[in-house]
Design a protein around this ligand. Structure first.
Ligand code: HEC
Length: 125
């Protein structure tokens, strides 16, 4: 019984410590419901981008403004995502390209320029 209490206490302490560390480690505020960074535009993204799928799709993704825009257009053309008015789109793209920008440490290298690619045998000209 005593060991159990001890175990429980250390588990609880461990959890408390872990929570504290992660909170002070990153200065960013994280929305506990979605895991999204709370910053300008957060509400627009939470409202529009967590309807069909988990916000993990966003938090695990990185991209510059152009690639975020491409992903949104792709969802609009093929996945039933609605159109945004200019203000909302700007707010969403500002948020995504600021908070989920490419990280040089984990990002893939840039695509090779066409001039460095081998001849495409399927390209019928
Ligand atoms: C109408 C439904 C819908 C809404 C709303 C929606 N998405 Fe998606 N999204 C999808 C579907 C469907 C997929 C593909 C899921 C799969 O591949 O299994 C997807 C995939 C993604 C992916 C993964 C793309 C990849 O190539 O890995 C990202 C990132 C993403 N969505 C971000 C967003 C953002 C940002 C918003 C808000 C602007 C948003 N989604 C709103 C339907 C939606």
């Amino acid at each position: 019984m005593k060991t159990l209490t001890k175990l429980f206490t250390s588990l609880t302490l461990g959890l408390l410590l872990a929570t504290n560390v992660s909170a002070s480690d990153s200065k960013q505020k994280i929305d506990s419901e979605t895991g999204l960074i709370i910053a300008n535009g957060f509400n627009d993204v939470k409202t529009n981008c967590t309807v069909c799928h988990s916000a993990k799709f966003i938090t695990l993704q990185r991209g510059d403004r152009e690639s975020w825009k491409d992903m949104i257009v792709w969802m609009q053309e093929t996945q039933g995502l609605w159109q945004f008015d200019a203000k909302t789109e700007k707010s969403i793209l500002d948020y995504l390209s600021t908070n989920y920008a490419p990280d040089s440490k984990i990002d893939r290298r840039k695509n090779l320029p066409a001039s460095d690619l081998p001849v495409n045998p399927y390209d019928k000209k």
